[in-house]
Design a protein around this ligand. Structure first.
Ligand SMILES: Cc1ncc(C[n+]2csc(CCOP(=O)(O)OP(=O)(O)O)c2C)c(N)n1
Ligand SMILES: [Mg+2]
Length: 272
């Protein structure tokens, strides 16, 4: 990736963070922490890696993204709005009556959303099914899936992981948002996952750990993953609330929180 492209993506990530903050603020409170931690990956996927067409959102054989940690919907919506799949003004209807942007992802409501998610553990199972379907159709699509680290406490994640290697799904790239926090505590305190890399390796994945806010590093990991015979797991070392001091400082309490007007202004300044 050259410097111009990198700068373009980094600027986009800032823009998307601002959009999502204003979006969540418009409804009072929401999942700031887990949304901000995956922005860099989403921006990279939608602006460089994925074979998609905003003018033909249901294009046959397109790459797909399953946001298995569906509570981070606002991050996906902001990314899709920036791309033109949805109107930016719609971001301010988040989770309100008759909105097309529910707090958790719904493929039947939002243009550009590939899978309905929110019940943790289920999204990755859907991604496995999509990867198998793509193999059967021979359409050469890649299926990208983002799971939370707390989500990895769900047994269903590991059933899906086992199936991925058994079916040799080298078209499946799973990102683990390893922010070390979940809903009401740290990962260690709630249910320690041990060595995250070893876990995915032992389930038959090619594993690469990266700085989850370094767009270039994530891109390299994706390209390395695409060359493997195995499914890929990219462990994103992230910060819950990345980019906004007051949200980062809240730690796991950023899972769902509100911002005062002053904090909102300061948040936007942090991102400028
Ligand atoms: C099956 C299921 N159980 C519980 C929840 C409630 N819940 C929503 S988010 C969350 C914590 C998820 O933590 P993590 O995956 O680490 O998310 P992140 O840190 O990225 O926000 C929980 C328990 C849920 N959505 N689905
Ligand atoms: Mg987490």
């Amino acid at each position: 990736m050259n410097n111009t492209e990198l700068k373009f993506l980094q600027d986009k990530a800032k823009e998307v963070r601002k959009l999502l903050i204003n979006s969540i603020h418009s409804v009072g409170k929401g999942h700031y922490g887990g949304s901000l931690s995956i922005v860099d990956t989403l921006v990279l996927l939608y602006n460089k890696e994925m074979n998609i067409n905003v003018n033909n959102p249901k294009m046959e054989g397109r790459d797909r993204l399953v946001l298995s940690k569906g509570h981070a919907g606002p991050a996906l919506y902001a990314t899709l709005a920036d791309k033109g799949y949805i109107n930016k003004e719609d971001l301010l209807t988040l989770n309100k009556e008759n909105t097309n942007l529910p707090s958790h992802c719904d493929m039947n409501k939002t243009n550009g959303v590939d899978m309905t998610t929110g019940s943790l553990g289920q999204g990755i199972s859907c991604a496995v099914g999509m990867a198998i379907a793509s193999k059967i159709k021979k359409d050469n699509a890649y299926i990208y899936c983002i799971v939370g680290d707390g989500e990895c406490n769900e047994g269903q994640v590991w059933e899906a992981a086992m199936a991925s290697s058994a079916f040799k799904l080298n078209n499946l790239i799973v990102f683990v948002d390893y922010n070390k926090m979940q809903l009401d505590g740290t990962l260690k305190d709630i249910l320690d996952m041990g060595d995250m890399e070893e876990k995915w390796e032992s389930f038959g994945f090619y594993v690469k750990s990266v700085d989850g806010h370094d767009i270039e590093e994530i891109s390299k990991a994706i390209n390395k993953g695409k060359k493997q015979e195995l499914p890929t797991a990219i462990i994103l070392n992230t910060t819950k609330g990345k980019g906004v001091a007051v949200i980062e400082e809240a730690g796991y309490k950023s899972h769902s929180m509100g911002l005062t007007e002053e904090q909102l202004q300061k948040a936007i300044e942090d991102l400028n």
